[in-house]
Design a protein around this ligand. Structure first.
Ligand code: FPP
Length: 238
């Protein structure tokens, strides 16, 4: 993908992948078929971001709230994730992509956790793009886990409560190794954050498109990055 006419390239893109179910419904297909096509968009995004020189891509693949879906759908999503991880490790190695994950990963089925840790380990030394999957992830849950971690450190005398500030708090979040996202993309036209990266999106530019996730591919990514390139970020200044 060419990047000459795009302007500034975001260093970190975060995506709320929405609309798999609607995509399937429009075609009279089962929802799981929408998720399967959505996984193809994940592959396209990873490739597209690497080609553009984006350094971090965070995908909201399964939220804390998604556990409330019918068991059949949850099982299908977990299976799809496991298959994706097993199949894509080779591709990630070829494309120099490093896999990471955030969320309450211990909630995932054993076989999924195993595939995930295997893929993370195998790709650990890759350097082109870091792909971060948010799994069993909730922004409020992450903040609570961060508070617990700080309280524990204060209790053990490792830190003084007077030292707590925004920078330090950020170091107790799942995302401590990554910069905050520059661009948030949400597909299928919804204007909500849905408990995604509540702390980290404070100064992020939002791009919302009516395209459903299975239809969001490299051309659509290009449009989003182009729109981002035209924004003027002020971070609260003038
Ligand atoms: C939203 O569509 C999507 C999800 C809840 C899951 C995202 C999962 C994938 C894209 C596939 C697997 C992921 C990986 C990383 C391989 P929805 O079901 O909420 O759609 P709807 O709002 O139209 O019902």
């Amino acid at each position: 993908m060419k990047k000459d006419d795009l302007g500034a390239i975001p260093r970190h893109i975060a995506i709320i992948m929405d609309g798999n179910g609607r995509w399937a419904k429009e075609r009279g297909l089962p929802r799981t078929e929408g998720h399967r096509r959505g996984a193809e968009s994940v592959r396209a995004m990873t490739e597209g971001c690497r080609e553009l020189g984006v350094e971090f891509l965070t995908l909201y693949a399964f939220s804390s709230e998604n556990w409330k879906r019918p068991k059949r759908e949850v099982d299908a999503l977990m299976k799809l994730l496991e298959i994706y991880l097993k199949q894509e490790t080779k591709v990630m190695m070829k494309n120099n992509i490093k896999l990471q994950a955030i969320g309450r990963l211990h909630d995932l089925p054993e076989s999924c956790q195993k595939a995930l840790h295997q893929a993370i380990e195998t790709t650990a030394n890759n350097t082109a793009l870091t792909l971060i999957l948010a799994l069993s992830y909730g922004g409020r849950e992450e903040i609570i886990d961060g508070v617990k971690s700080i309280v524990e450190a204060v209790g053990k005398g490792h830190i003084d409560s007077a030292m707590i500030n925004t920078e330090m708090f950020g170091k107790h979040l799942y995302t401590r190794y990554y910069p905050d996202p520059d661009l948030l993309i949400r597909t299928s036209g919804e204007m909500r954050l849905s408990n995604f990266l509540l702390w980290q999106l404070s100064y992020t530019e939002f791009y919302i498109t009516d395209k459903l996730w299975p239809d969001f591919r490299k051309d659509e990514l290009r449009e989003a990055v182009q729109a981002y390139g035209k924004r003027h970020r002020r971070f609260g200044g003038v």
